[in-house]
Design a protein around this ligand. Structure first.
Ligand SMILES: Nc1ncnc2c1ncn2[C@@H]1O[C@H](COP(=O)(O)OP(=O)(O)OP(=O)(O)O)[C@@H](O)[C@H]1O
Ligand SMILES: [Mg+2]
Length: 240
């Protein structure tokens, strides 16, 4: 069925001033999951990924895709948009169902700008005390944005979880201090995520041993994201 403009274009930004916590990885994996799903009218969701990180990780990921198997969504370069990311993003809202924005590991005006037009901020967190403490500076950015974008929702996403998803009490205490709701779905440390990036593919198309676990966890996370945003769920869901 041909795509026509849906009810709304949801914008999700991946933020955290802590480097290497999984912003780009979760951005690309969630984009792959959503672009395989369908709207209630049967039309496949149209997804756009926007790179607002001058490092250009998601652009390089997309460029690494084999010619005969490009990623199922475009990745655009907003790396030079600085504090005008929100203005650029608005130009695409009539042509997509979802825009996912990858932001840099800094407390700069870039994440702030992306959050101005976002419906949801997802903040990946590696469950180790040093990682958690260095995530604290991101909170004021969110608080500032909320003075303008009152409807912005925020969720922490525990990423690179080890030991069967057990998160220690110490970690949970620190997470509590961050004073932000945490997604129930957690993402484990799985080789499929790193391998997919290197091969320019998605976790759905990679052949690694941990593929299935990665897909299951991302599908759960997307279910939760849809619930948070109030996106109607399709009748036929992706493979599990
Ligand atoms: N759940 C995971 N399991 C295994 N490896 C992961 C996982 N999440 C991320 N990684 C790996 O961790 C590294 C950092 O991830 P990523 O680039 O997504 O972080 P980032 O927050 O975008 O970093 P930066 O702040 O530099 O932009 C990458 O090598 C990625 O493949
Ligand atoms: Mg990144």
């Amino acid at each position: 069925m041909e795509w026509t403009k849906g009810m709304k274009c949801w914008i999700i930004s991946f933020i955290n001033q802590k480097g290497g916590c999984g912003k780009s990885t979760l951005c690309m994996s969630i984009a792959s999951a959503i672009s395989r799903r369908h709207r209630p009218d049967g039309v496949q969701y149209k997804v756009l990924v926007a790179s607002a990180d001058p490092q250009g990780t998601v652009l390089r990921w997309s460029s690494a895709a084999p010619d005969d198997k490009p990623l199922p969504f475009p990745v655009i370069n907003l790396n030079a948009s600085g504090d005008k990311v929100h203005r650029e993003l608005k130009k695409f809202v009539d042509n997509y169902d979802f825009i996912l924005v990858d932001t840099p590991a800094s407390v700069s005006t870039i994440p702030y700008s992306a959050l101005l037009v976002s419906d949801l901020a997802l903040m990946p967190l590696i469950p180790s005390p040093p990682d958690l403490w260095s995530s604290f500076e991101t909170k004021p950015v969110i608080d500032n944005v909320r003075e303008i974008n009152e409807d912005l929702q925020v969720r922490l996403v525990i990423n690179r979880c080890q030991s069967n998803l057990n998160v220690s009490k110490e970690i949970l205490n620190i997470v509590d201090k961050l004073d932000m709701p945490v997604c129930h779905s957690k993402v484990s440390m799985l080789t499929a995520f790193g391998e997919a990036a290197g091969a320019g593919t998605s976790i759905y198309d990679c052949k690694y041993e941990t593929r299935r676990a990665a897909v299951l966890q991302i599908e759960d996370l997307v279910d939760e994201v849809f619930e948070i945003l109030g996106v109607e769920k399709e009748e036929v869901v992706n493979e599990r």
